[in-house]
Design a protein around this ligand. Structure first.
Ligand code: CA
Ligand code: CA
Ligand code: CA
Length: 292
């Protein structure tokens, strides 16, 4: 272990102890050491076809296949989507300029509860969305890390409130929702299909959250047994976002991941609407307005 490694680990451990004392959250497994990852940009398809950036922002732990990454790439492959992978372990966080060429960013944070979506990430994502970007985010501990509903959660993800770590295993699409209608319920299982990289009991969680939409936002998925919202869906100005408070990689069967991802991508990239009346954002008042 070199000196830099040692300093990083010591700082991380100190932060873990501190967080554990403050938040009473000692059940989470510690952060893994950083492993040297695959360097560079993974081009899965020719650049001309690229429309999606998959941001792999989870902890790989012992994984040699990128932690939760195969759960996303296999579904994207099955759908025939063109995408590139951005790995924060080897490339750092993507900037607005990195994301801007892509119509859609799919970002997942897996088990990471120390650096999931950081303030700097929010700044970059906000500018990307202001420029017309679309975002699908799966993050079970974004709110736990932030400790509050941040302005970005409120204004760009349509989050009204969050209850941390409800540990539910049965997401189901909401009837009538353009994303969730007819989907599920699904049985979430530990993501061990490629490798058993996720921490074991009593640390495995999942630490998924109840995520209630705020004004103008909607819920594409609930947790079935609790009958509470598990997600938000929000369209405002030029952007669209979907935020899952649960780890998508816990959906085992490829066919299930495929249909969920397809519904989310279709709504995110829907364009060419025959008309725009504001109803996309949930406001139907224009429908009853009198035209002189
Ligand atoms: Ca990864
Ligand atoms: Ca992160
Ligand atoms: Ca959580």
């Amino acid at each position: 272990m070199n000196a830099r490694h040692h300093v990083w680990l010591t700082a991380t451990m100190s932060m873990m102890l501190c967080l554990g004392e403050v938040a009473g959250a000692a059940e989470r497994a510690p952060a893994p050491d950083r492993q040297p990852g695959v360097q560079g940009f993974e081009k899965v398809n020719p650049p001309a076809q690229i429309t999606i950036m998959l941001v792999d922002d989870d902890w790989n732990f012992t994984s040699t296949v990128g932690g939760g990454r195969p759960y996303y790439t296999s579904a994207l492959d099955a759908l025939g989507e063109s995408y590139v992978v951005w790995d924060t372990e080897s490339q750092g966080a993507p900037t607005t300029a990195d994301m801007a060429p892509h119509d859609l960013v799919i970002w997942f944070t897996g088990y990471d509860w120390q650096t999931p979506i950081e303030p700097a990430d929010e700044t970059q994502l906000q500018a990307y969305l202001d420029g017309g970007g679309k975002l699908i985010l799966s993050s079970q501990d974004y709110h736990y890390y932030a400790g509050t509903v941040t302005p970005f959660m409120q204004n760009y993800l349509g989050v009204g409130s969050v209850i941390d770590d409800v540990t539910q295993l049965d997401p189901v699409g909401n009837a009538g929702d353009p994303v969730g209608n007819g989907l599920g319920p699904y049985a979430m299982v530990r993501p061990d299909a490629w490798e058993a990289y996720w921490p074991s009991a009593p640390y495995e969680g999942p630490y998924d959250d109840q995520v209630d939409p705020g004004a103008g936002a909607f819920s594409p998925f609930n947790y079935q047994a609790m009958a509470v919202s598990a997600s938000t869906r929000y369209a405002s100005g030029p952007f669209r976002t979907i935020f899952l408070g649960w780890p998508f990689e816990w959906i085992g069967p490829l066919a299930d991941r495929q249909e969920i991802l397809a519904a989310m991508i279709d709504w995110s990239l829907a364009t060419g609407l025959p008309f725009s009346d504001g109803f996309e954002s949930g406001d139907t008042s224009a429908w009853s307005a009198t035209v002189p």
